[in-house]
Design a binder for this molecule. Sequence first.
Ligand SMILES: *Cc1c(COP(=O)(O)O)cnc(C)c1O
Length: 388
Amino acid sequence: MQIADRLKKIPPYLFVELRKKINKAKAEGIDVISLAIGDPVEPTPDSIIDELCKKARDPENHRYPTDEEKGMLAFRQEIARWYNTRYGVSLDPGMEILGLIGSKEGCHHFVLGCINPGDTVLMTDPGYPAYRASILMGGGVPYNVPILAENRYFPVFEDIPTDVAKKARGIFLNYPNNPTGACATRGFFDRLVEFARQFDIAVCYDNPYGEILFDGQERLSFLMASGAKDVGVELNSLSKLFNMTGWRIGMAVGNVDIISAMSKVKENTDSGIFNPIQYAGLHALKYEAKNIDHMLKIYGRRREMVLETLRRIGIVFDAPKGTFYLWVPVPRGMKSLEFTNLLFDKAAIVVAAGTAYGQYGEGYIRIALTVSDARLREALERIERALS
Ligand SMILES: *Cc1c(COP(=O)(O)O)cnc(C)c1O
């Protein structure tokens, strides 16, 4: 049986490898705590589940959701209202919004909609591994742009070779950033718009952590930048904000041509999102913003717990203020993978090695704040014991 070459270029998905390692230890009876994956343990708020159940009872909603090709109009209208109230960004629900089965789907459709085989697509190193997979599956050529601590985890556009920039037709960016936690600034958006204009590069700005911010960090959408809609789209998602990772619902918003191209890909791929899930998503945006505040208190508390333990064992750093991850420098003289293995072998704690996100992730591990407080406390006690 032939397997397509494009798949052979995709490295194994990080979490698949991790899961294998965890399962093996668990089978041996070891109580493994995973701080590797960012997937909230708290349930989806009740009212959202109720809305799903109610709408699922209506046979009207059992049919193909294709009446409106970009997703239900009511859902898109609610997304427009959300962007207006949260970011002061106005969007036309008819032309500038596309419902998605999560932001990850959007990454894929962006490439299929905007990139020709052989085109260069820029992404960051470290960066979210799904961008590379999407680029490769769409026949594009990924080019890694380093984002380094010394540049506050922003790409330096002037350092991208001109011949690369000229060949590039797309760029993936993501702030608040997974894995580093770094947050965007308005100044950065302006530089991004200028760079995209100069080289005619479509921007795919992935913003699923847009609300997960600490210490008064400003909430930002790329579309707040002047000219942003001329050059790109923003992907967003209900996954991380409403504890809905398994529901698969999100959106792309922004540039009319890109939205229309992505919509054409989507129509010809999956025929849309189950209507009751769109209703539930609408409900989440309309009534459950309070869940975000609730979760921020929880993540903020856990963040302090981790930072305090790290300080006690001598790991002191200036933690960026976004996402529910901490990007933690490993002890001096150690490699990411070495430290990751040490935590697993000595404490049965799983963390993500920084190098899983690219070569410039060397020297870091990523800790997710999405386990319960009790498990996190236990994990931190074990880490402290293992390292002292
Ligand atoms: C979690 C995550 C996603 C996936 O979001 P879904 O909407 O669940 O597909 C996309 N991008 C980044 C950077 C993420 O961390």
